[in-house]
Design a protein around this ligand. Sequence first.
Ligand code: SF4
Length: 163
Amino acid sequence: MSVIDKLVARSRRRSPWLFRLNAGGCNGCDIEFSACLSPRYDVEQTGALLVGSARHADILCVTGPVTRGSLAALETIFAQMGDPKAVVAVGNCPATCDVFAGSPVIAGPLDGLVPVDVFVPGCPPRPGDIIEGIARAVAALPAKGARGGKRDAKRKRGAGKKT
Ligand code: SF4
């Protein structure tokens, strides 16, 4: 592992960058996810940051049962994320499709479509449980190997710069 890769791995442990995708949920899990960013739970205090582009994210947080309409977005977002990356299934819907199971418009559950590292159960789960799930995903990242070298390290460093 190069010096750059070691620095990136060390930085990621303290500042995982998150991307959230609602794959057809009812918004209940998204409200709880948003609460994680509120002053009460303040997940950013731990260094975690919600980013607007999957290309900059280390962890993909998915809510909802994955409708057929959201499947292409899920696949594109997952492909855009650099390695190593982790996926957190937030709520019962991505795990089992929950109340949407059996519907002809559902492509889920999530782990049949992309590899899932952490399941956070609940309908919806509490913010504290979501934060714990994110922490478990961060812990899983080192075992997935280094990100793809200097090019990706440069991309992540430059992601926060204004253009
Ligand atoms: S798990 Fe419950 S709260 Fe979350 S998206 Fe599904 S139905 Fe809504």
